[in-house]
Ligand binder design. Structure first.
Ligand SMILES: [Zn+2]
Length: 121
């Protein structure tokens, strides 16, 4: 889904061949025609002059997805982006700890996330 939107944004539009969608001149299918129809219904794409074009909503959805995938944390003292250094899962605990390191001041920041999934059984 995200890939298709990104390609549509990059190339301006996508074209259908068979039951797949391609970017202009592309040989690698970007998504299925079925998925494209779903995006048409969502208002992310419009079908015009035989081309699948991305809408403003589609661009916003794409931007949102990209932001989500590139989410970073910032150093509390210098405000620069910090890198995830280590992920720790304590045995017997449902929590995940993440260690971030600031490249500027070297400060370590811990982030604690409770596991969203409860193991069944
Ligand atoms: Zn820092």
């Amino acid at each position: 889904m995200l890939r298709a939107l990104r390609q549509a944004k990059l190339y301006g539009h996508l074209v259908a061949r068979g039951n797949r969608l391609y970017h202009p001149g592309g040989n690698e299918p970007v998504c299925s025609l079925q998925m494209a129809q779903g995006m048409l219904r969502s208002g992310w794409l419009i079908f015009q002059d035989g081309k699948y074009k991305i809408t403003t909503e589609g661009q916003q959805a794409n931007d949102y997805e990209e932001r989500q995938s590139q989410q970073h944390r910032r150093c509390p003292s210098c405000g620069v982006l910090i890198r995830l250094k280590k992920t720790l899962r304590l045995s017997g605990s449902s929590r995940t700890f993440r260690l971030y390191e600031c490249r500027r001041c070297g400060a370590h920041t811990w982030d604690e996330t409770a596991a969203t999934r409860v193991e069944s059984g």
